[in-house]
Design a protein around this ligand. Structure first.
Ligand code: SF4
Length: 238
């Protein structure tokens, strides 16, 4: 029988509550100490792992402490610190422009609102949502690759565009669970519900997941007596 919207919303709450109970340590994995450092880290994380970003940010912030220093730097200087990351040339250019925009438009402070953040150079809607919700701005349910994949497998959305997926997720969960819901889906996607070979057998929400699009491996058929599978390997074969 087709699941109603209310049933889906109830299931979504159970999934998030269950994940939260199983993984109370879930949090953003980009190291940062200030809103500016968080903004820089999220911008740098496009096409790069959080681990790689965390490897470069300490030296980057030591050399260029704050938006003013970035605004006065040449992109080539920023590049030297981030060249192990994907798209580093573009990111360096954007970070210099970002420092300038913050100085010119916001007095050097990172704006709280998602809309204002999304106006800044190199800051997309997802980055704006992640930063805003972490620094006490707007409530959001930003959609990255993990949230997109899990949202589909858990049948919380039928869409493939981040803004439409976010709208669906927001409609299923109360606002106070959006932040945690985002964190938990990302955390779970990295550790259990991998893009390739999700580990459903050790997933705490397996009972609530339709596993949409997940290929379930069939058990190997039991070999019949005398069949090829039961015969010893021929010489020369291993
Ligand atoms: S049951 Fe499998 S597909 Fe569903 S959330 Fe868990 S790991 Fe992902």
């Amino acid at each position: 029988m087709r699941e109603t919207k209310d049933q889906r919303a109830a299931r979504a709450e159970v999934v998030i509550d269950t994940l939260g109970a199983a993984m109370p340590e879930a949090k953003i994995e980009l190291d940062h100490g200030t809103p500016w450092q968080l903004l820089v880290a999220v911008v740098l994380s496009a096409q790069s792992t959080d681990r790689r970003v965390n490897m470069v940010t300490p030296a980057l912030h030591a050399a260029l402490p704050g938006p003013e220093a970035f605004a006065g730097a040449a992109p080539a200087e920023v590049e030297t610190h981030i060249k192990t990351l994907g798209l580093f040339r573009n990111k360096a250019k954007n970070l210099v422009a970002l420092g300038k925009a913050l100085l010119e438009q916001h007095g050097g402070a990172v704006p709280l609102s998602r809309a204002a953040l999304a106006e800044l150079p190199g800051v997309g809607n997802k980055t704006a949502g992640v930063v805003s919700m972490h620094i006490g701005g707007d409530r959001a349910f930003p959609v990255d690759t993990h949230v997109m994949r899990l949202g589909y497998r858990l049948a919380f959305t039928n869409h493939d565009q981040p803004d439409l997926i976010e709208r669906d997720l927001q409609s299923l969960l109360p606002q106070e669970k959006w932040f945690l819901g985002h964190q938990l889906l990302v955390w779970h996607g990295r550790r259990v519900c991998h893009a390739q070979r999700p580990e459903c057998h050790r997933c705490v929400v397996e009972a609530h997941c339709p596993k949409r699009g997940v290929k379930v491996k069939k058990k190997a058929a039991t070999a019949r007596p005398g069949s090829r599978a039961q015969q010893p390997p021929r010489p020369g074969r291993s």
